[in-house]
Each structure stands twice: as C-alpha cells, then as structure tokens.
Design a protein around this ligand. Structure first.
Ligand code: FDA
Length: 492
C-alpha cells in the first residue's frame, strides 16, 4: 500500500499508478479501461471534497468516488464510457467512533468493513454489525447497495441498521438525516453508490451477539452426495432457525478418487450460539448433512470474521486493518434470486455447465434468505429482494490471464442464460452490489435516459426504481453524479 501524504496526484506523480490500483481487487476493469483518471484526490478533510465538486462542475469533469474500490465493474476507478474523470478516494476519511452505551457507531465513508469489525471488537465482546464477509470492502460502496453477510438471516442487511448519514450533495452542502430529508435518506440506503452524492459518514445501530458463536465449513463433493444435500438445503435454507445461516459455495476441484475435475459444495455456516444448541437445530432440520461436534468450532464473533475471511483464527485481529485486497485476479460476477427450489435435474444441468469450464476458479454461492431479511418490506429501503426469495445466487469466474477475458465472459454468460428458467423473472432480479454491466449501461455513461436505465434499474430495484428516479430528479437534476449504472433524473 503506497503512503499517502498529499491530497492530489496527477499522472506525472510517481505514485499515481500504485495509488490508482492499490485497492483494485479485480484486474479486469482496469485492463480494458479506455481512459485513466485525470487526477486522484485523497482528501483529508470534507472541505477538500467540497472543493473537488466545485472544480469538477466548473471543468465539466465527472467524479468517481472510491471507498474500498471493490466495485465488480471497477466503476469507482475506471470510466468505461471514456468520459474524463477524477477519483475522489476516501481512504484518509476512515475514522470510526463507537458508543457502547447507545450501541451506535459513526463510520467515515472511506472505512473498510475490516476496520469497522476491528473497532467494534476492541470495545465490546457482545456487540457486532451485520455486513459483508470480505474485510477490505469499503462501507461507502457496500452500505450504498445493501450489505449481505453471515448474520443477515438474524438481522437483515447493513442498510437495515443505518440510522443517520452525512452526505455532500451536488451543491457541496454537508447534509445529515434531518437536513437531507427522509426521501434522500431512504435512497442512499441501497440505491447504489455514485448516484446521489458523496457519503462522508454513516451512523449505524450495533447489534447484540452472544459471547460464543459456532462455525463450520463442511465440504462434500458430487461423489459424496452434494447434489442431494443441496436439494434438501433448498427446502430448509430460508426456514431454519434464524440464528443459523448456511451458505453453500460450489466450486471446481480435483477429485481425490480419480484426479479428474469435479465439483464440491462447501457449507459455510455461522450459528449465533453454542455448539450443542447448533447440533440440536441441525438434527431437527438438516440431519442429512450429518454434522457432528468435531466439524464445529466455538469462538467469538470477531474470530468468526477472521474465519469466514479465510484467516486462521489464531491470527491477530489486526489483519483486519489491512486495506490490501486478499487476492488479485481477473474476475466477473453475476447474481440471481431463486424463489422455487431447483430440481435435481436442474442442479445436474448446472453442474454440467460448470464442469465445461473447469480451469480457473468458478463458483456459485447460494446465500439463504428468510428470517429478518424476509420480514422487512421491499419498500423499506431501495433493496427490494425480500420475502418470497429462498436464496440469492452469486456466480463468479476468476482467472489469471488477460488473454482469457473473452473466453471466461462467454462461459459465465452461457451459464447465466441456462439459469433463466430456474430464477426470478419479470424482472430477472439482481443485486446491485454484485454489479453487472451485462444488464445494461446508461448511454455509454453519458447522461442516461430513463428508458435505458429502467432495463437494469428494475432488476436491481424492482418498483423502487421509480422512487429513486424521482429523488434523483429532486436532488441532482443536472445528473452531475453519474456512472454507467447510476439512477437518471427524469429530464435526461
Ligand atoms: P467502491 O469504492 O468500488 O464503490 C462501489 C460503488 O459505490 C462505486 O460506484 C462508487 O463510486 C460508489 N461509492 C463508493 N464510496 C462511496 C461514497 N462514500 N459515497 C457514494 N458512493 C460511493 N457484498 C455483499 O453484500 N456481501 C459480501 O459478503 C461481499 N463480499 C465481497 C467480497 C469481495 C472480494 C468483493 C470484491 C465484493 C464483495 N461484495 C460483497 C460486493 C461489495 O459489497 C460491493 O462491491 C461494494 O459496492 C463495494 O464497496 P466498496 O466501497 O469497496 O467499492
């Protein structure tokens, strides 16, 4: 991670490239981007952002704001549409203050999830926050789009616990919940990053967790009955005790039996309680998985954060403070929502297509719904994927060579196309935080039209898209804050 001591970096500065790519987790967007930013700003103070907005408007340049830099299509640090842009990188605005008495936290917009989890654990053993698994994801983008994590069945999404925010609007004003009003406050909690202004801080309600939680990661290959287990999982995933979240990940591996490529399902699981209680829930609801005590580990909530991020639980929690992405690969992701269990035949058809592209990492992750996630109205926040969903699918392909981009994109698009009859339709829903430009792009990133944007907009936001457009029209009618998938105002 380069040291950041200045506020502005031009392409002539020797650390420009390293700063540009320092939070880049996905090598694909930058490798195909037609244009580099004119300037990277790393503000130390809110007034630097206000000045940036003022100058960018005057010069007719776009602003891309970056928090953790994990956007799947790189929209916080590239401009696929070739429009000149500056990056406002919030890494220096990342302080977090926790108030254990009121169980609340103020988090600056450039903080990462790892920094947030670390800070909470420093103050309390029984407070936590429900958000994503990867510690280097930024709160700026993540909270702007939803925020699903291992406690989402118990508590819902990150956005369900935001109680205040500070935003710098198109006129450079700093607004809090009261001064921005309830419409804008609603829109920024799930309407997607980069549309309504620059979030400089979020206030969240922290959540109570027991001192001991239990985790397990049980792996079964196709030879070990993975298909039958996933079939059954679909019938219990959203109904099981909300203290338990079982999130299967299906990936390609070499079979231990014959060395050929096969698939394995890893049942990543968190239970908010001790192992004995977990075993009794599992025996009642999912005995087919044959979970035993030896498969499980009791630990603190913060250790479970390390566990799901792939660290040894003996590792110092300080690893959560690193902003360096855990791995850098070429990557493409997509999402879907499942409302009816997929049949055995359907699952086998998926496996067939996954095995067609077995080199590189391919993955399907099934994130269960139900519990608190499904109790919250689909209109409460812009994130509309609530009751009626059994699980969300995350598709991913990751590879190491730029020469394979077209091949991998073709493969993942083919799998997505095969899945159409098994997932939500009219609209085919998608999760905005798993951003996917295949769903549609605003007029090459120039001022988008409502008609074009509604194609991808209704997939991400369903009926909430319309309200988002109304709010955008109110707060940013000239469409200053925009990107390839930002919400358009009506006039454009
Ligand atoms: P980044 O900085 O790239 O911003 C994303 C978008 O938000 C951009 O359009 C950007 O301009 C805008 N933005 C950023 N900061 C802003 C601010 N302060 N104000 C206004 N707009 C802002 N999701 C999930 O729900 N659960 C999970 O477990 C994971 N896990 C995960 C792992 C990995 C490795 C990756 C790469 C991604 C995830 N995600 C995820 C998806 C993640 O939630 C999504 O990519 C977020 O948008 C990333 O937020 P960042 O701030 O890191 O991205």
């Amino acid at each position: 991670m380069p040291s950041i001591s200045k506020v502005a970096y031009t392409p002539k500065n020797s650390s420009f490239s390293s700063i540009l790519l320092s939070s880049e987790q996905n090598l694909r967007p930058a490798s195909t981007a037609p244009l580099k930013p004119t300037l990277i700003l790393t503000p130390f103070h809110e007034s630097h952002i206000q000045a940036a907005i003022y100058c960018a408007k005057k010069q007719g340049i776009q602003i891309s704001v970056r928090s953790g830099g994990h956007d799947y299509e790189g929209l916080s640090y590239t401009s696929p549409s070739k429009h000149p842009f500056v990056i406002v990188d919030l890494r220096n605005l990342s302080s977090i203050s926790i108030d254990t008495e009121s169980s609340t936290a103020w988090i600056q917009g450039g903080a990462t999830l790892g920094e947030l989890y670390h800070k909470i654990a420093e103050k309390s053993k029984t407070l936590a926050f429900a958000a994503g698994v990867c510690p280097t994801v930024g709160v700026g983008g993540h909270f702007s789009g939803g925020g699903y994590g291992m406690m989402s069945r118990k508590f819902g999404l990150a956005v369900d616990h935001i109680i205040d925010a500070k935003i710098i609007d198109v006129n450079g004003r700093i607004l809090d919940r009261q001064s921005m009003g309830e419409d804008l406050f609603w829109a920024i909690r799930g309407g997607g990053g980069g549309t309504f202004g620059i979030i400089i801080a979020w206030k969240v309600k922290l959540l109570p967790v027991p001192e001991i939680v239990t985790v397990f990661n049980l792996t079964k290959t196709l030879d070990q009955n993975a298909t039958q287990l996933l079939l059954k999982w679909q019938y219990i995933a959203d109904k099981i005790d909300p203290n338990l979240l079982i999130r299967p990940r299906i990936t390609n591996v070499n079979s231990s039996q014959n060395g050929k490529i096969t698939l394995q399902a890893t049942f990543n699981s968190l239970f908010l309680g001790g192992v004995d209680e977990l075993l009794s829930v599992m025996n009642r609801s999912f005995p087919e998985l044959s979970l035993v005590k030896e498969d499980c580990t009791e630990m603190s909530w913060i250790e479970s954060i390390l566990f799901f991020a792939g660290f040894a639980t003996s590792e110092s929690v300080d690893v959560l403070l690193s902003r360096t992405p855990l791995g850098r690969v070429y990557f493409k992701g997509k999402s879907d929502f499942v409302k009816q269990p997929i049949s055995e035949n359907g699952l086998e058809g998926i496996w067939k297509r996954m095995l067609e592209e077995a080199d590189g990492l391919i993955e399907m992750e099934f994130s269960p719904y139900g519990g608190r996630l499904s109790e919250i109205s689909e209109y409460a926040t812009p994130f509309p994927h609530r009751a009626g969903n059994i699980y969300m699918i995350h598709y991913a392909a990751a590879w190491n060579n730029s020469s394979e981009i077209e091949e991998k994109l073709t493969w993942i698009r083919r799998l997505y196309s095969y899945m159409a009859s098994y997932v939500s339709s009219s609209p085919r829903e998608a999760y905005v935080n798993y951003r996917d430009l295949d769903l549609g792009v605003n007029n090459d990133g120039n001022h988008p039209s409502y008609k074009v944007a509604s194609i991808w907009g209704t997939k991400y936001f369903k009926n909430n898209f319309e309200r988002l457009v109304h709010i955008k029209t109110e707060v940013d009618p000239s469409d200053f804050f925009r990107n390839e998938q930002s919400i358009p105002p009506f006039s454009s």
